[in-house]
Write a protein that binds this ligand. Sequence first.
Ligand code: COA
Length: 144
Amino acid sequence: MDSYTLSRVSRRTSAGGIVLDPAFLQAQTFLFNCFPARAQAIYSALSSRNTQLWTYKNGSLVGAAITSHPTAEEGELHFIGIAPELQSRGLGRFFYTALEAQAFSDRRKIIAVTATPAFFESLGFFDRSPPGQKKTERYMLKAL
Ligand SMILES: CC(C)(COP(=O)(O)OP(=O)(O)OC[C@H]1O[C@@H](n2cnc3c(N)ncnc32)[C@H](O)[C@@H]1OP(=O)(O)O)[C@@H](O)C(=O)NCCC(=O)NCCS
């Protein structure tokens, strides 16, 4: 039977700032593959101490995401990716639902800036982009 696990990946670094945790590097590479054109943005999000990296596994890695907590009330989902060969089978919804319960349990609203608003709308987000906002940077909001 399928059994999926959500985990937060630690970012242990050496004194010189080298990431020591293989799970972190594996999840980072996984996100690079899900977002081939966004490697720099992912790297920069993961370089911040204010972000958290998450994995979703069923034995092997099937999903990864980056979150943060910009204010005491808000959570932000920066990137969420499912392995390309496993997309469109409901896994993104399961992953997000688990993440919302664990990463954002004490938040009142969640923000996501995305090029895939339909995925977020199906999860209860509303598009609150200001007029003229780019299609690739829709500002999605969900109240909890
Ligand atoms: C977006 C992504 C995380 C969705 O995961 P998934 O496992 O494919 O999605 P699911 O099968 O769980 O679909 C959940 C819902 O979202 C919708 N959806 C998912 N991806 C969509 C897309 N690209 N465009 C439109 N709707 C989409 C599905 O139709 C489904 O809606 P429904 O429940 O009303 O039928 C995944 O496709 C992915 O990793 N894409 C590449 C990276 C990306 O664009 N991430 C999101 C921006 S941060």
